[in-house]
Write a protein that binds this ligand. Structure first.
Ligand SMILES: [Zn+2]
Length: 418
């Protein structure tokens, strides 16, 4: 379809990686590991592969720094896996990585094989072309299973001695594309809680006015949840940060009624009705404070209890004020005349596990003026934007490497519990 002879080697390698079908439910991790090892060999990087769960490799390609363990390392993380496709809705083969009018079409083009290759190709430029010698160890890490929650990938890896041995000071991870003219930078995430609220009460014949039945109580408790939802939605529309940026989804807590169940027969008042909520708690709302609200709403009626279907027990953010890593990122963007838009991720990424391990993480996928196509049909990335991102990392890595600030060597300072 296209001639790769005149193509930038970074683009060729990007397309090769896109052609490995690391798509759920049966990602080709064997094929991906082999290709990543090859890329590592080409660049003269040390390779280690950890199968924390058999068949689910964590591939780490390391560029050794001159200062060894005396300085914290940089970990450049990306996930290997991609989400499934609905082939009938694609105009291109999602695993051919065809280039059409400068657009590279493939599942994973934005989420996030672009970033994994940009890290490696930035090292090619710095190491092989410019002879740069990093002070810090730089680990390019490729993890499995992020798209299905990261439970057999990053979540387990942060509890291993191999993770500790990385001596991480900062992890770069994924962000999102942005239709606006700025790179989004994510320094925190919302905490997902799924809860089931059970309302118990008197039962009886459907023809009577019986006191204390579940239906009216459920209605009153539900009203409390939904009033909070309205309040948060209003904040999203009106809220403004101190620096003038309007609020985004990550700045507010969403509460959505997603399940309703109960009843046995049309003429019988049931003794229990249940409702389920999908709640995403913003770092602006302390988890303990939201828990107290939940307790109060449920305690407002007799016979109401709740249980967690999914509980995120803690949530950490990477603070940006006075953060030397963030300053290095800002300086890089400024020198390249690129605007940054720091914000909170509306959903979840592997960064939550990293921050929980008390290492700061910043999520950035350098794509601006680009429609957000992750998980969409016809996912593509413009070749020119891919190469811009490569240049960005080529400029960023030395700036991060050369951060001189004692606080950068103490990662715990750059994760704050909310
Ligand atoms: Zn992703």
């Amino acid at each position: 379809m296209t001639d790769t002879a005149a193509e930038h080697i970074a683009v060729t390698n990007f397309r090769r990686y896109l052609r490995v079908k690391t798509v759920h439910p049966e990602p080709d991790y064997v094929g991906a590991e082999a290709l990543l090892r090859e890329f590592g060999r080409d660049l003269g990087l040390e390779a280690q592969v950890h199968n924390v769960v058999p068949g689910k490799p964590i591939v780490i390609l390391t560029w050794r720094g001159t200062h060894g363990k005396s300085l914290k390392s940089l970990v450049l993380n990306s996930h290997i896996d991609v989400v499934p496709v609905f082939r009938e809705f694609w105009t291109q083969d999602p695993f051919a990585a065809n280039k059409v009018n400068g657009r590279i079409y493939a599942r994973g083009a934005q989420d996030m094989k672009c970033v994994g290759i940009q890290y490696l190709e930035a090292i090619r430029v710095l190491k092989l072309q410019r002879g740069y010698m990093p002070k810090r160890d730089i680990h390019v890490m490729f993890v499995p299973d992020e798209e299905i929650g990261g439970h057999d990938g990053m979540e387990k890896f942060i509890h291993t001695p191999e993770w500790t041995a990385l001596n991480a000071g900062l992890v770069l991870d994924e962000g999102l594309g942005n239709p606006e003219n700025a790179y989004k930078v994510y320094h925190g995430e919302r905490a997902p809680w799924w809860i089931k609220v059970s309302v118990k009460g008197e039962t009886g014949h459907g023809s009577q006015f019986i006191e204390n039945t579940p239906g009216p109580k459920l209605q009153r408790v539900m009203a409390k949840f939904l009033a909070f939802r309205d309040e948060q939605e209003a904040q999203l529309k009106a809220g403004v940060h101190a620096d003038g940026r309007p609020f985004s989804l990550g700045d507010v807590t969403t509460v959505n009624l997603t399940m309703l169940s109960g009843g046995v027969q049309w003429n019988v008042i049931p003794n229990q009705l249940d409702m389920g909520f999908d709640i995403r708690i913003s770092p602006r709302m302390p988890l303990a404070k939201f828990r107290a609200l939940l307790d109060a709403w449920c305690a407002s009626e007799e016979g109401v209890s709740y249980e967690f279907i999914q509980l995120t027990p803690c949530n950490f953010v990477t603070p940006l004020d006075n953060n030397p890593w963030w300053h290095a990122l800002q300086a890089t963007a400024k020198a390249r005349d690129v605007a940054l838009d720091p914000t909170v991720f509306p959903a979840a990424t592997d960064s939550r596990y990293v921050r929980r391990a008390r290492v700061p993480a910043l999520g950035i996928s350098p794509m601006r003026n680009t429609p957000v196509l992750l998980h969409c049909h016809d996912e593509y990335l413009d070749e020119s934007m891919f190469l811009e991102g490569l240049d960005f990392y080529t400029a960023l890595l030395p700036r991060l490497d050369e951060v001189v600030d004692p606080t950068a060597e103490d990662p715990k300072l750059w994760t704050v519990e909310c």
